[in-house]
Design a protein around this ligand. Structure first.
Ligand code: P53
Length: 474
């Protein structure tokens, strides 16, 4: 077996990380618009609304909103077969609870998708990528509120109908499982618009919010297929396989439980029901999650068509507590894997982990896979006007090799590969420009200075060859 002839080589971004134009043409404030710039090891702050004298890097981002035509022309030169981006929910429903959409927002994506299709680049669209309307946080408490299901489904239905002849590949919630890291503030807020008060049980609230999202996702899948039976609607999971630290049986079991805590989301997406390990866990913890019989029917009727996932790194865990429940705390219990290198931001570089992850998904769900993010965040230096990013090429090459082995040797069914941030953009985790993933350089620094000019890095020509040879020349 080799890669499909129509393999979707592409590139991935998200609206809030590149568009800018944060308050233009009727766009509302999103959760990304109230997050300040952070740094390596310094968390982004979440402010109460948009405040003066703060640096909000997503407000301008790389100004794709005004420059998309030139950018898409560059994407075409790169040879992309597909372009993964998201639709900023707040361009379509600025506050999230309106009944009528904002036409200017809909028009922007019509124009963007037309521009892509003009070059034969297929849009691959995420509905909710860390950019839900901020109003849904302040007025409803984010996804802890069941009402959000209807708001999201209205949004999904609106864009499915509008773009039914322009977009075939969709995903519902970006990295829905990041929030398994519920003790930190970032993931619950970016995934689900959750803010906690002292003393609240964060874990239980996270399960409730995720349940409503999974129901909303399933309802969207069902409606999407009614609107266009050719739609392929996938999940989007942040896959960081969790290895046991040693061959000690307790470490092995601990890693298995840790995987359950991080990947039950895709079990529900793909199988349409809750795994028994999770219902047993809810019972043991005394969690009463609002799951109705109608919800269960919705989940069963809206299973995903493929597993979209990101892959950057692997994790490792060690058993420390000796308890029978093997309870796992992602914020504190991960350990450094000494067998692999790490990036400057501490992300462990493990190409073989991608092949492992692909096999794990394929045998668990027997669905096609789509690698919708992979990449290397690094500091680039301009030398004589050019960036020689062989470190990035090496990372991508090593991962593509493993991806091909998973397809060719292990028989995994893979739809495509879209490296993350192939045009430099604002980092989600830190808000930095300095943590770059791109093959296209964007002249802008962490303080917002720079011409915003675009230029090609060494990796641009490299990836061009990879695509042109369908992955034969790496
Ligand atoms: P940044 C954590 C772990 C894995 C992927 O991340 C993650 C995160 C959140 O930081 O996010 C995804 O920009 C996400 C993108 C994000 C990209 O990975 O923190 O889907 O929005 O930019 C890279 O380096």
């Amino acid at each position: 077996m080799t890669l499909r002839k129509d393999f979707l080589w592409g590139g991935a971004v998200a609206a809030h990380q590149l568009e800018g134009g944060w308050n233009e043409d009727g766009k509302g404030i999103s959760v990304a618009d109230v997050m300040t710039v952070g740094a390596n090891g310094v968390e982004r702050r979440i402010t109460d609304g948009v405040l003066p004298n703060e640096n909000y890097p997503n407000h301008e981002a790389i100004d794709f909103y005004h420059r998309y035509k030139e950018d898409v022309a560059l994407f075409a030169e790169l040879g992309l077969k597909c372009f993964r981006t998201s639709i900023a929910w707040t361009r379509i429903f600025p506050k999230g609870d309106e009944t009528e959409p904002n036409e200017a927002g809909l028009q922007f994506y019509d124009d963007l998708f037309d521009e892509c299709l003009k070059y034969g680049i297929e849009p691959v669209i995420t509905l909710s990528h860390f950019e839900m309307p901020y109003h849904l946080v302040t007025a409803y408490g984010g996804w802890r509120n069941r009402k959000l299901i209807d708001f999201f489904v209205t949004f999904a239905e609106t864009v499915f109908k509008r773009y039914k002849n322009k977009v075939k590949y969709w995903m519902t919630f970006n990295e829905i499982n990041n929030q398994s890291n519920f003790l930190e503030d970032f993931a619950p807020f970016t995934n689900s618009g959750l803010r906690f008060t002292a003393g609240e049980d964060r874990e239980q609230i996270m399960y409730q919010a995720a349940h409503y999202e999974l129901v909303a996702s399933a309802r969207a899948v069902k409606i999407g297929h009614e609107i266009n039976p050719d739609f392929q609607i996938g999940s989007m999971i942040a896959m960081c396989p969790i290895y046991p630290a040693t061959m000690k049986p307790r470490d092995i079991m601990k890693a298995q439980v840790a995987m359950q805590r991080r990947y039950w989301f895709s079990d529900v997406h793909a199988r349409g029901h809750y795994p028994s390990y999770l219902t047993a866990y809810f019972k043991r913890r005394g969690y009463h999650i609002d799951i109705t019989s109608e919800d269960k029917q919705d989940l069963a009727a809206g299973t995903v068509d493929y597993i979209g996932f990101s892959y950057y790194m692997s994790f490792a865990v060690k058993d420390t507590d000796n308890g029978a429940g093997f309870d796992y705390d992602e914020a504190r219990e991960l350990i450094r894997n000494t067998y692999v290198e790490a990036s400057e931001w501490g992300w462990q570089i493990d190409p073989l982990g991608l092949r492992y992850a692909m096999n794990w998904f394929a045998e668990r769900y027997e669905l096609p896979l789509f690698i919708v993010e992979n990449g290397f965040g690094a500091v680039d230096e301009v030398v004589d006007g050019k960036i020689y990013d062989d470190y990035r090429i090496n990372y991508l090459k090593a991962h593509i090799e493993q991806m091909k082995d998973a397809v060719e040797i292990d028989g995994v069914d893979l739809l495509g590969y879209t490296p993350w941030g192939f045009i430099d953009l604002v980092s989600a985790g830190t808000g930095e420009m300095k943590k770059r993933y791109g093959m296209i350089y964007v002249d802008k620094d962490n303080d917002g200075n720079g011409t915003l000019n675009r230029s090609k890095k060494e990796s641009f020509e490299w990836y061009q060859r990879v695509i042109a040879s369908n992955g034969e020349i790496l």
